[in-house]
Ligand binder design. Sequence first.
Ligand code: FES
Ligand code: FE2
Length: 340
Amino acid sequence: MSYLENAWYVAAWAEEIAPGQLVPLEILGTRVVLFRRADGTPAALEDACPHRKLPLSMGRLADDAVVCGYHGLTFNAVGTCIAAPTQAAIPPKACVRAFPLAERYGLVWIWMGDPARADPATLIDIPQWGAPDWGYNRGPVMTVDCHYLYVVDNLLDPTHVTWVHPGSFGDAACGAVPIETTSAPGGVTASRWLVDVEPAPFYAKHLKFSGRADRHQHYEMRYPSNAVIKAVFVPAGTGGHGRPLHPDAFLMDSFNFLTPVNARQTRYFWFQLRNFAPDDDAVSREFTDDVRHAFEEDRVILNAVQVGMDSSATPTIDLKNDLASHRFRQTLARMIAAAG
Ligand code: FES
Ligand SMILES: [Fe+2]
């Protein structure tokens, strides 16, 4: 098994599952079809009729059930066959897998493993979600043509901003400052303070103070594939571990959720929360545009990394900045192996 199945993954933005629609998706290499019941709650079934494996998404939605587009076998939202119109009785083995879902943070989350273990209480906790003093922006889902662990490498690597995002998140000041890697039961964090630096362009225009800054980069991945990236900017001389936050501190928490489509493709969902201008749509739009531009820079790199790794004829090496990702990958592999 190459994925941690007993975990929540983002299936879609809530509005992607529009009423009356059958939405086919591939998640962890499995084809699923999502739809909404009449009461609005989402449902997910294996996207394959047990008769001739026609994708159920090629059929139609009738009330809270899906009718296969070939011979009309009909499955309710928990995968039970409730009609077999070509014959007198429903075949005893006519059923499809149903997948638990939960809707939170504007996202529909899916549990691809043992349904009995799906507990919405284990969804990622975002303490400041909905807080009136925090602003919110989000972008469209992005599809990256690489294995999700290459995106994990990127999201546990504060060094890449200097080379991949020189016009936004990074600048030359970030170069060789060492990174601290910490492991916790839920994941791994790579972080560092950059002291007395020129604020990188993405942030500079939003800071409440002028001049140089102390900058904290916190790149955290939680198992199996959720990133919490925190950016802190405070006036130079006021930052550092354990010091109280300066009242003019800029805080941005970026939430990045990776959903493996298959071994070569990843869906990438993201939004940011910021500690200022909570109701300013222009600021939210600017954040979305700038983040999207930067993540497109990552996407170009990651697509090419997949091609490069697929076709590599000579050995690869690791750098010091790979330590966090290496630890994350090791523990995740153990968790996947332990799940059998
Ligand atoms: S393939 Fe679905 S009913 Fe025949
Ligand atoms: Fe990046």
